[in-house]
Design a binder for this molecule. Structure first.
Ligand code: NAD
Ligand code: GDD
Length: 407
């Protein structure tokens, strides 16, 4: 027997259907971002979707609040592109107006956040990662792997979903096999792009994650109408980079140690390890050239000026004629030696990084000197900058706690 509905029940149900319709319409209009706030030209707003100029290239930089991302953003903004930053922390050295048009505080480990970041943009540069120098990489394998793989896979998926045209991924020299990097000095290998395969990266999760994401970008471009570009950065340094707190790489750590010590220079390992270092200006130039090229294979982006860590310490000492005794202590060392082989980038782009280490490191040294002076003037104890620390990250960390840790 059918139960008869009273007129009142029917009217209530119809009202509920109307309310649901309104909610769905609202959700569609707001892209699920009804309570989401972000900054446009420094002003807080929750208008969604974002209203953007129609005559500009709209560029989203994931991790644009970080070192390389902020330099890249600044340069692209100066060239007239409209810059959208998505990062889980604020940049601490530039005002928003100096390097971006929109700032979205988003944790890209979550798909809906990656969706917000990739809505309505033409190009995406994915530079977001949980990363640092050897001190960080060798002590935080799980966090690095879990956080960065989520960020990268989410960003790729959102780009496909929202029809992004071009995608750039910041890979690393750490993708090269462990067995190919066991020699230093005159036997240091010049790593060419094809050396990445067959893969053998058992020493660190960071490099393996980068290689997995390189493959993910390749297959995404294979299956979808999106153009992808990949650069393998070789130790990028410069002003506005992390210089203390445990995530800093050797160039910044060495400048800080020379600036703050009077007698000894503590050095992890015997100092015979070799590397090449690339100033951020060259890195940004390279990223832009790669993104605008028709090269879709991973390219090395680094300097091929090889130096041992002992010699880099001496170079840092030379800027103010300091004579410190290098004290070799145990510490995380990474690979024994590596250099960038720049044959392929020269072939593909007719260009390669060229700023020398003495020029770039000097610039970095005096920027760090100024930062140390500011910190000490604010009450910091100079002794805390004399050595390098190892920090342990957790999956519960967020942008705020990471920046507080010294970035
Ligand atoms: P960085 O740490 O200064 O920048 C990374 C940015 O990503 C930071 O601003 C950080 O807040 C952000 N980020 C981290 N987790 C996030 C999350 N869950 N959601 C949103 N944002 C998040 O590092 P960088 O030196 O500018 O490096 C940029 C990229 O280049 C990274 O992918 C890094 O792995 C790669 N890379 C850098 C070097 C180098 O020497 N600097 C070398 C090889 C590769
Ligand atoms: N960071 C640091 N701090 N390194 C030191 C220190 C110090 O105080 N003292 C000596 N070193 C030595 C390390 O032991 C290592 O052998 C060498 O300096 C270089 O260290 P990093 O600059 O920290 O790292 P990396 O070159 O091994 O790897 C970096 O570059 C890759 C790309 O080339 C990392 O930052 C990776 O994240 C990056 O992908």
């Amino acid at each position: 027997m059918e139960a008869a509905l009273s007129e009142r029940t029917i009217s209530c149900l119809l009202d509920q259907i109307d309310e649901l319709r309104e909610e769905v319409t609202d959700l569609k209009a707001n892209g699920g971002a009804a309570d989401y706030y972000y900054h446009v030209e420094g002003v807080k707003t929750k208008v969604w979707p974002p209203v953007r100029p129609t005559d500009k290239n709209i560029v989203m930089i994931g991790g644009g609040g970080g070192f390389i991302g902020s330099h890249l953003a600044k340069r692209l903004k100066e060239e007239g592109e409209y810059i959208v930053i998505a990062d889980w922390a604020k940049n601490i050295y530039f005002e928003d107006s100096e390097f971006c048009n929109e700032y979205h505080m988003l944790d890209l480990r979550f798909q809906d956040n990656a969706d917000k970041a990739c809505t309505g943009v033409h190009d995406v540069y994915d530079l977001a990662a949980d990363m640092g120098g050897m001190g960080f990489i060798e002590s935080n394998h799980t966090v690095i792997l879990q956080n960065s793989i989520r960020i990268n896979i989410n960003c790729l998926a959102s780009c496909v979903e929202f029809g992004v045209k071009k995608f750039f991924f910041s890979s690393s020299a750490c993708v090269y096999p462990d067995y190919a990097q066991t020699q230093a000095g005159e036997f240091t290998p010049n790593l060419k792009e094809s050396d990445a395969w067959p893969a053998d990266i058992r020493s660190n999760a960071y490099g393996f994650e980068k290689l997995v994401t390189e493959e993910a970008t390749k297959w995404t471009a294979h299956d979808h109408p999106i153009e992808v570009h990949v650069a393998r950065f070789h130790n990028i340094y410069g002003p506005q980079g992390t210089w203390c707190g445990g995530r800093e790489k050797a160039p910044a750590a060495f400048c800080r140690k020379v600036i703050t010590n009077d007698e000894v220079f503590p050095m992890w390992g015997d100092g015979e390890q070799t590397r090449s270092f690339c100033l951020v200006d060259d890195c940004v130039e390279g990223v832009i050239r790669i993104m605008r090229s028709d090269c879709y294979e991973p390219l090395n982006l680094g300097s091929d000026e090889l130096i041992s860590m002992n010699d880099m310490a001496k170079l840092a000492m030379s800027f103010e004629n300091k004579q410190l005794r290098i004290e070799h202590i145990p510490g995380p060392q990474g690979v024994r030696g590596r250099n960038s082989d720049n044959t392929m980038i020269k072939e593909k782009l007719g260009w390669a990084p060229s700023i020398t280490l003495p020029v770039g490191l000097k610039k970095t040294y005096f920027w760090i000197k100024q930062k140390v002076a500011e910190e000490v003037a604010n009450g910091a104890d100079i002794d805390t900058y004399k050595g390098s620390v190892i920090v342990k990250a957790t999956l519960k960390d967020d942008g705020a706690s990471v920046r507080k840790g010294g970035n």
